[in-house]
Write a protein that binds this ligand. Sequence first.
Ligand code: PMP
Length: 404
Amino acid sequence: MFNVDKIREDFPILKRTVHGKPLVYFDNAATSQTPQIVIDTIVDYYSNYNANIHRGVHTLSQEATDKYEEARIKVQQHFNAKESFEIILTAGTTHSINIVASGFAALLNKGDEIIVSALEHHSNIVPWQMLCEKTGAILKVIPMTEEGSLDMKTYHQLLNENTKLVFCNHVSNALGTINPIKEIIDAAHKFNAAVLIDGAQATPHIKPDVQALDVDFYVASAHKLCGPTGVGLLYGKKEWLEKLPPYQGGGEMIETVTFEKTTYAGLPHKFEAGTPNICGGIAFGAAIDYMNSVGFNTIAAYENELLNYATEELLKIEGLKVYGTSSDKTAVISFNINEIHPYDIGAILDKLGIAVRTGHHCAQPIMNFYKIPGTVRASFSFYNTKEEIDILVAGVKRAHRMLS
Ligand code: PMP
């Protein structure tokens, strides 16, 4: 039985106040909060076995290496990758996408086509534009609909023998829409195009199975699923990771180096140049364990309850419009009230101790589609409560009164 009060005890930050009011943290889509067990893992690393990994003969280095590689296995098992070396530990989603985009520069030719969705975060747009500039490939966009979903009919029409890559997020960060990624992947594979799914917003709510999805690349960030910042994963099918050239040169990613010729290490090290975020990787593993101990079905069911309740209550406010009304969405509500600037609402909510995000959410094309400067975005996690939603709704009503 899910007990939110008990869950909240795991998160020390939830006890703090902001401007004298209890913190109501609804900016989970930007970054999630950290449970004590993950904080303890970080403290344990720096207190007991802080050392560089992989080539040290001494005990601390071996302990750190073992824990780091154990974390990789945890990530592998969580995402159901076939091989642990298909998991590259990176600095996060942005880094993972750039590794793939930079690698494809060597594989694409002028006139090849890349398809990207209209619902993307800038980090899943800009690297591909840079790739197109470098290679002469053409970027095509799957349009979005008024309800914030993808226009799948057009997607199927965009695919052809020139399509080499398709990029789409699993869940939109600005609207919360869950995209039909299995359909996207299967259709792209009919044309032998590779697919990268940006799972940054999906992984806090859904446990993806990369083999069942048959996805070529899947990327995500630890800090959205109760882990630390600056660490994430790039899952890639072995065949693709072997084909892509390394992203960065340096230590750890080589087999032999002479001034005449360097040979690269095998997977995953080929993509892990330099000293990685060792503590972050280990804490990522602890965060995955923690999330699984709560259970993703439980998380999704509870967050859905919060989403439905918040949507119902917020929509009672006159002039409030919710963007992203697909029935298939995670616990994100993006809204505006009449012409009031989202920033002004966010600033008043902050004074009441309520953390929401305002602005374009790194998804300017979505804002352009709706012809708005941005939205107020409240995003919920399994440690939030209905009482907190009541505080949000009261705060939004107050902001509305003050700004009208
Ligand atoms: N893609 C999506 C859908 C996101 O929501 C985010 C983070 N807001 C990113 C990519 C980038 O993640 P990071 O900043 O951790 O690299």
